[in-house]
Design a protein. Sequence first.
Length: 712
Amino acid sequence: MEKVKEAKAELGLDDARASSMYKKSSVPSAPSTPSIQAALRGSIKGLTIVIEFPQGGTSAVPVSKIDDFLNKQNYSQSSTYRNNGSVRDYFADVSGGKVNYTNLVFQYTARNAKSYYDRVDGRTRGTHRELVVEALNALQLNATFMNSILNLTRNSNGDVAALNILYAGSPDWGWAKGLWPHSSTGINVITSNGVRFRRYQMTNIGAEMTLRTFVHENGHMLFDFPDLYDYTDNTRGAGNFCLMAHGGNNYNPVPPSPYLRKMAGWGERFLNDYGTGGTVIMPTANDIAAYRHATSLPNEYFMLEYIQKRGRYQYFPGNGLVIYHVDERGNNDYTGIGTASQHAMVSIESASGTVPGTTSGAQRDMFPYQGKNDFYHSSNTSSSLWNGRDSGFALWDIEGTGEFRYMTKVPKFKITEERLAVYDVNDIGSLHVKEWGNGQPFVNMGYMTIDYDLSELRVGTMYAVDNLSVAEGYMSNYSLTDMGSGVESFQLDGDRVAVKRHDGTLDVKEGLLLNAPWTTVATDVVKYEIRGTQIVVLDSNGVLKAKVGDVNSAWGLTVGNVQSFELGGGRVGVFHNWGTLSVWESGSGLRTVAQQISAFKMEWDRIAVQQHNGDVAVHEGPIDGVLNFVKVGQDVTSFQLSTDRIATHYDGLGLSVIEGPLRFRQETVATNVSSYQIKRNRIVDLDKNGTLTVREEPRYGSPSTVLWTGLH
């Protein structure tokens, strides 16, 4: 670890997002932390400077060939050019056509011999940066250069987004020394016509141009991609399953892993919206938009993709389903195989049961393998969270074609102001619903439930893979209406029913008549929510749309680069890919209210946010003035809001509630809590022994009423 820190210092990489340099003779680069800036998409125009040296330091590759290597579309392989396409081809392919990256190419001959810049103490002396600054300053005497750089793409800071330095020859001193390939923000050059250069990547030309190192370093520079390998070589990180780890092959590198493609906004599919019990999914091979399963922890989740060894995926270790365990708080500086507190950002869940992070990639790491075709909490390869808890994520019957049956835990209970539902997996998946009130019995609504939802008026259930039924009326005398098949997931709220179809279409019906026609409100939907008259959808490109009012009304908000969202208090909270929370109110604009957070909740006029260290703070009141977040808990496992209550759950310490003003102290209301829900004057919690209880006013010191036992 100390050697890694020393290498960072020598590089002068003060911006961890861009720090990188390849290690050994393969790929990988140096330390970074996940802080994805506003993603660059569309047409990106960069600058490449080809540097030669006096005294025989000429490039082995002509500049015209370097231009083709960078920019030529459909650049075919030949006996003299072994790469799979150009750099432009690579980024177009791995982004699903969302990136068109081209480069202007200029030549420069350095003032000094290569040995002046490429020296064992060069990083301490800064001669690697000196070479970059020298080239930029000298080229300002070239009128064509000065006119051309005005058209370069700028990043969110106003700096040139892409400066590539390609120098003749090869590095002489090994990893993190001299002119070893790297990406950095270690310069600050402002040209006489006002163009600012701060970020660059440096790669050697060698005997021939190869893709892997160049596109890896551009992954850092363009998209803030972190390295996903261990700098000490004790573990493998994402191995040959990711460009930003070992990367596959010099001439045909593999794409960035699904986590990085998601963060860049190139697409994902949200598994949790595919229902909860037994949906059969047939993924497309080598799809840019991989599947993601969200867990109870906002920064920890699983991603999966089905691979066939062809095209950009030719140098994957094998064919089959790859499962990635992602923790955005993870750190690839950790040198061990992974513990609850120290583990990599992205690890491979190997079908063979190999410990995550200890494999560079082999067929045994892909599902199915030698009869290993399941992935769940207690399987050979566990779907547990890093803290050892059950993530609730399960895949069954994984086929060689990539087909799998997706399972996730059906919620064991749900409450509204009027009703309580209990799902008992031990009783053949039975669903029991009751109205609140003394003496009101539970009504068994059926067995083999795979999903359900409640509103004040209705209960929705799915007993078949994609068939929805909705009950309305009092539970003692309800009527059941078949809402049809083709349902992937659904939600109820008030007099509205929303269903997401298998093709991503969102249909909504409203009114007291369940036989009213459906209205299609959106397509390509990966996540959605209805509440009151609000409808919010998120599509596969990370674009969120929100409307208030009639289902046919126009969208009042459209915003991109969105990771997730929440509704509450008539507001829409928008969580951006780079960890910023913005809030929208109908009739007002989108306002940033918090940065670098990991989770948030909204209710009434309150906004609660959680920092990465586990602290929770709450702001109440308008958001058009000064925001005042008050800390209400630290090291919090989870939290909820309801009216004037704030519930915070502490692992091993129990469930606490603040009622009334934020300055009031917390009161512990339950211990040994597994899960909980608060709704106005009720607190329902399930303990680790499977006992479900409710507490009603008065809260403090009030006895609890047992609702159900054996709910495991």
